[in-house]
Design a protein around this ligand. Structure first.
Ligand code: ATP
Ligand code: MG
Length: 262
């Protein structure tokens, strides 16, 4: 079955998509703080979704829950409409095809770019033992435009390269779902265009991508749908245009003036 999907640029016809990941009442409390508070959303396979919200809204905590770095206080994370992965280890979740980048990049400084990409976050997996991992890592470095620096130790790479290296590490296992935590932070305009292209290409090949980002101009032109978190709660959901004109979102995050994302 097919449906028509409108984007800011053109009308395209895409196959109707199934839900790949869903949160149900997902919550994380730190002492009395509800960092993530009964969050419910569904992400379709192949979707490119943005998550926005002010500092401390719970965005990174949400990614930590979805990738097993934190166990939820309550709630479920359902993969493929059947498996609850909440509380599983990061390795197990990566093996199921969900990987992420980090807001603060922390490469192994003495290892080179290729080693940083192959040093697996899934050491017990078949993939890590496989001789094809190096090929996948090399492909991943090519994809993020870092192939020519594959032998450079991480400590000599500038911030923009390290952000793309983290991206390459997360992509090396060819995940089904990729979570990017502020992929554009600290990048120059030119580097941002490069990362934007990499994200678009990965998504065009079918990868489901969820991006947390404060750089809204880039995010709003890149994603097809936006979720808004505020004080741990989902306060808005819609197309970039709908979100930019949502009064509650404007008050909570975008400021009182109409947000111009064109
Ligand atoms: N391990 C932790 N222990 C206690 N509190 C935490 C912990 N991790 C996050 N928090 C708190 O949870 C809230 C949400 O933090 P989180 O890092 O998820 O926000 P964020 O939306 O990613 O913000 P930013 O845009 O600044 O990255 C904040 O108040 C933060 O201080
Ligand atoms: Mg964060």
């Amino acid at each position: 079955m097919f449906m028509t999907v409108s984007t800011s640029e053109k009308q395209v016809t895409k196959p109707e998509r199934s839900v790949i990941i869903e949160t149900q009442n997902l919550s994380k409390h730190f002492e009395g703080l509800k960092a993530v508070d009964e969050v419910n959303f569904k992400i379709n396979a192949g979707e490119l979704v943005g998550i926005i919200g002010p500092n401390g809204a719970g965005k990174t905590t949400l990614f930590n829950l979805m990738t097993g770095f934190l166990k939820p206080t309550l709630g479920r994370i359902i993969l493929d409409n059947k498996k609850n992965i909440a509380g599983s280890s990061p390795h197990k979740i990566a093996n199921l095809g969900i990987t992420r980048t980090f807001q603060l990049v922390r490469p192994f400084k003495l290892l080179n770019a290729l080693e940083n990409t192959t040093v697996p976050h899934i050491p017990k997996s078949k993939l890590a033992r496989s001789s094809t991992l190096k090929n996948k890592a090399t492909w991943s470095l090519i994809t993020v435009d870092l192939a020519e620096k594959k032998n450079y130790p991480a400590f000599i790479l500038p911030h923009g390269d390290l952000k793309r290296l983290d991206f390459a590490r997360a992509m090396a296992v060819q995940p089904r779902v990729l979570l990017l935590d502020e992929p554009f932070a600290g990048l120059s305009v030119e580097e941002s265009f490069r990362v934007e292209r990499v994200i678009r290409e990965a998504n065009e090949k079918g990868m489901t991508i969820i991006i947390v980002e404060h750089k809204l101009k880039i995010l709003m032109r890149l994603v097809e749908r936006v979720l808004v978190l505020h004080q741990g709660q989902l306060i808005g959901e819609g197309t970039p245009k709908e979100i930019a004109n949502n009064p509650e979102v404007i008050t909570a995050y975008l400021g009182t003036e109409a947000f111009d994302f064109e």
